[in-house]
Ligand binder design. Structure first.
Ligand code: ADP
Length: 377
């Protein structure tokens, strides 16, 4: 009996030893394979790093790459020039980039894993700096675009426009006053006709000057955010246009709800006046719809008309200053080509977005998205 038991035990031990041997062999094989794979990966990584270095050094503007620990692993000569530091590589970025905006941008990327673009001043120059997370967020690619001269020219241009507009305001008011006086004094119908033409063009010039002043004011201004109900603003703006709408035989439909948002009610009113004025001016029949809804933490406002529409190729430029689709039509309807530039600026001041959809002969829809709460307000 004992012999049988010990025989079975021997067989079981033998089977166990054979099994263990096979497993160990397999594990050894796997280990060897993983070592080869690791070597391959190391090789790929090395090649990738080499390629990245080649790209960085061949870029004509300052560029560099930092890893998750904030160590600069690659930087080109241009980056060394702007920091006046020849030893960027293998040092923490904080040694050469002490600007709080720079440090904040890196921290933000490390947290949100999303690229950002920031204007950052560095040694008396202003740069547009793009921070782009790459290779599964393992590194951050940083690219600098010098915008100092562009900003300076923009500033001079804005100051010139603002000064000129201020200077033009007084003579224009005087001219308008005298046109009205003359109108009462002349009797000849031809002279009155000439005065009508002068009046029309003076009004157009006054509109341009006023819009330019509005734009330069918006560029200067810092918004004081306050809480208000969008329904109140839309209702009061609609009242302003009631007469114009019925004179043209149009219908104005409102589908609005009470949504409280943080913003500047006067500027939002101005934005709505511009969009509604356009919708009425460029619509000959049909209706204008204003709709609001709250989506997550955003207020969506849609202003849709059944007017002439905007050709597709014009849509990308529609928010540029002085851009008009049809010059003669704009002149005829008293447009300046500045209304939508003002609208876009107001939306940006509120950290929102504006979109436009349009098809010729069918109509146009402007869709604005505004955050209901402003961070830091
Ligand atoms: P303007 O004062 O000339 O209307 P805007 O900046 O307000 O200038 O608009 C730019 C151009 O966009 C206008 O010339 C017009 O052709 C077009 N546009 C704006 N809104 C509409 C609309 N609702 N329907 C059709 N065209 C529009």
């Amino acid at each position: 009996m004992n012999q049988t038991i010990s025989f079975f035990l021997s067989v079981i031990s033998l089977v166990a030893i054979v099994y263990l041997y096979i497993r160990l062999k397999h594990l050894a094989y796997l280990h060897k394979k993983s070592l080869t794979l690791y070597d391959d990966l190391k090789e790929v990584n090395k090649n990738l790093q080499k390629d990245i270095n080649t790209i960085i050094t061949s870029l004509p503007a300052p560029a560099m790459i930092i890893n998750t620990n904030g160590i600069i692993i690659s930087a080109n000569e241009e980056a060394k020039k702007i920091t006046e530091n020849n030893q960027l590589e293998y040092h923490s970025y904080i040694v050469s980039f002490k600007q709080p905006e720079f440090i904040e941008a890196i921290q933000q990327i490390q947290k949100n894993k999303k690229g950002i673009v920031k204007e950052i001043g560095l040694k008396n120059r202003l740069y547009l700096v793009s921070f782009i997370p790459l290779i599964n967020n393992e590194v951050i690619f940083i690219f600098f675009k010098d915008i100092t001269d562009k900003k300076e020219i923009e500033k001079v241009k804005k100051e010139l426009i603002s000064n000129m507009s201020h200077e033009l305001k007084t003579p224009l008011t005087v001219i308008q006053g005298y046109i009205d006086t003359l109108y009462d004094e002349v009797n000849s119908p031809v002279a009155k006709q000439h005065l009508d033409t002068v009046k029309k063009h003076t009004e157009r010039l006054t509109n341009i000057v006023n819009d330019l002043l509005k734009l330069s004011e918006l560029e200067e201004v810092k918004i004081e955010f306050q809480k208000f109900d969008i329904k109140d603003i839309i209702e009061s703006v609609s009242k302003i246009f009631e007469k114009k709408v019925s004179q043209k035989g149009l219908t104005l439909k409102l589908d609005i709800e009470n949504v409280y948002i943080e913003g500047d009610p006067i500027k939002i009113e101005e934005l709505l006046i511009n969009l509604l004025d356009n919708a009425i001016r460029y619509t000959e029949k049909g209706e204008i719809n204003i709709k609001t809804k709250k989506e997550d933490n955003y207020l969506i406002i849609s202003i849709r008309d059944t007017g002439i529409g905007i050709p597709e190729h014009c849509l990308p430029r529609i928010f540029e200053r002085f851009y008009v689709v049809d010059k003669s039509r704009s002149r005829e309807t008293g447009g300046t080509g500045l209304g939508l530039a003002i609208v876009k600026h107001i939306v940006m001041l509120h950290n929102g977005t504006i979109d436009v959809k349009s098809s010729l002969g069918t109509g146009t829809e402007f869709i604005i998205s505004l955050p209901v709460k402003q961070s830091g307000s």
